[in-house]
Ligand binder design. Structure first.
Ligand code: 3HC
Length: 311
């Protein structure tokens, strides 16, 4: 029975079919998906924090409305993703426990500070730009609920990227001080965004198996390269310099070469020692605790409805 189930699963993966929640799947496949989808959900929820801080300080009503919409979208993405992960048999409470206790990972990029308004534009352009590059292939992921959730997430993510780029285009037509703010923000975020794609393929413990299972469709390094190649012309239109003296077109490879990413700094941040890790986690835990009364009220209401139904 189990060998037969395994064969059915393998055939479906080989034929590029979708695995659905009711289908048999190997434990390791289930575990990998819960790990990746819950980390992804946590990233969306924690990702609301660096931008949420700027809602009350947006420079105009238009920018404020855009930023509120974007932060709400991220909350929504987190909720779809927790729901997708729940179809694999792990409860939302378990996943949140992992996040709040500091055991679970989320994208390292959200542990850096957003110092001024130019950061809001650069987070949209580069952070969300890198996020879409990684997420478009996930729409073809072998696990049905994750793949379907990613379609809407990517559409909304594309709006996030464009609003950031447009905000920067406006600032780059402004005063010398505004232009300098944009350049400074690009300098601070560029290398962090390259690291978002994860460790180099050779040092990525999960990649080979995730590719075999059709969870990952494009490798960490290939996505990073695609991101660099897509961003260089955008930087030129914007009029900013990407802070990498080794960044140049390689005619032979038909790609841009780029410099060395600081992986020690990346791992130190992933492991809890980035500039904002403690603050982000504390804010998240406080928000969760402050919301306890809402969960209590919802539970009390649902209990009341049940007792009325059985009367
Ligand atoms: N930040 C923190 N940890 C990271 C990381 C990053 N940028 N990149 C990799 N890691 C971690 C992995 O989670 C893994 O840790 P684990 O073994 O404890 O789970 C370890 O480093 C080894 O990396 P691998 O490359 O072997 O791991 P994966 O195969 O899981 O690949 C990934 C990493 C490419 C990030 C993959 O998990 C993925 O595609 N995830 C879905 C996308 C996602 O999570 N995006 C989040 C950021 S974008 C976002 O949230 C949108 C924004 O608009 C709010």
């Amino acid at each position: 029975e189990s060998a037969e189930s395994q064969a059915r699963f393998d055939n479906k993966i080989d034929a590029d079919g979708k695995i659905e929640p009711q289908d048999w799947m190997p434990d390791a496949y289930r575990k990998t998906l819960v790990r990746q989808i819950s980390q992804h959900a946590h990233s969306e929820i924690v990702g609301m924090l660096p931008e949420g801080n700027w809602i009350s300080r947006a420079p105009s009503l238009k920018r404020k409305a855009i930023l509120i919409a974007k932060v709400q979208d991220e909350g929504g993405h987190g909720l779809y993703l927790y729901s997708a992960a729940e179809t694999l048999g792990t409860s939302r409470d378990q996943m949140l426990e992992g996040l709040h206790s500091g055991k679970a990972k989320y994208s390292s990029i959200f542990n850096y500070p957003t110092l001024n308004w130019a950061d809001m534009g650069v987070v949209g352009w580069l952070v969300d730009g890198a996020a879409i590059m990684n997420q478009i292939p996930l729409c073809r992921c072998s696990y049905g609920p994750y793949a379907r959730a990613m379609i809407r997430v990517c559409k909304e993510e594309s709006f996030h990227q464009r609003q950031g780029y447009e905000a920067l285009l406006v600032m780059m037509q402004g005063t010398a001080e505004q232009k300098a703010m944009v350049q400074d923000a690009v300098n601070r975020w560029w290398w962090k965004c390259l690291a978002m794609f994860g460790p180099p393929d050779a040092d990525s413990p999960h990649s080979a198996q995730a590719m075999r299972w059709g969870i990952k469709r494009i490798s960490n390094d290939d996505l990073r390269q695609k991101f660099v190649d897509a961003t260089v012309p955008q930087a030129k239109v914007l009029g900013v310099t990407l802070p990498d003296p080794d960044l140049k077109w390689n005619e032979e490879r038909q790609h841009h070469d780029y410099g060395q990413i600081d992986w020690d700094e990346f791992w130190s941040t992933v492991n809890g020692n980035g500039p904002c890790n403690k603050e982000r986690l504390a804010t998240r835990v406080k928000a969760h605790n402050d919301g306890q009364w809402v969960r209590n009220a919802a539970l009390a209401y649902s209990r009341k409805q049940q007792t009325q139904a059985t009367k």
